[in-house]
Ligand binder design. Structure first.
Ligand SMILES: [Cu+2]
Length: 156
């Protein structure tokens, strides 16, 4: 009886949350990529970043690069010396931990020209329901299928 309950619960969960657990790949700046004079604050504003999601920085490697920095360096556009740079032009950065993350371009003047991105990464299992914006709203068909599973189970 216990095992049947577990299977049914899992079945309902997989119907209701088919994609909620999938990592999302965010192309920074979308089609504009990683460049100057783009509003990355606006780009990030309505997005929810979870641990396991990925940032992709696309740019011409001759002209730009990517550095992860602290809040002070971000605010003042300070390029930390000897800091490891991402510089392939197609840098994929997996968000491995929750918290605030700051990225700038290390080329002189670019951060000041707007090539800077600040995001907040949330835990996969948020402690409060209010931060679970990532979950896909249930559609009618999903609720209907879940109801069928319940009904079939009761008859078993
Ligand atoms: Cu740049």
């Amino acid at each position: 009886m216990v095992s049947k309950t577990v299977i049914v619960t899992f079945g309902i969960a997989s119907i209701l949350f088919p994609t909620a657990a999938m990592a999302i790949e965010y192309v920074v700046g979308d089609a504009s990529g990683w460049t100057i004079e783009y509003d990355y604050h606006a780009w990030a504003e309505n997005k929810v970043f979870l641990v396991g999601d990925k940032l992709v920085f696309n740019y011409a490697p001759l002209y730009h690069n990517v550095l992860e920095v602290n809040s002070t360096a971000f605010e003042r556009c300070i390029v930390p010396p000897n800091k490891e740079k991402f510089s392939t032009g197609n840098d994929e950065i997996v968000l491995v931990s929750p918290g605030n993350k700051w990225y700038i371009c290390g080329v002189s003047g670019h951060c000041a020209a707007g090539q800077k991105l600040a995001i907040t990464v949330q835990d996969k299992n948020p402690p409060t329901p209010s931060s679970s914006v990532h979950a896909i709203p249930f559609s009618g068909i999903q609720v209907f299928l879940a109801a069928i599973v319940v009904v079939v189970t009761i008859k078993l």
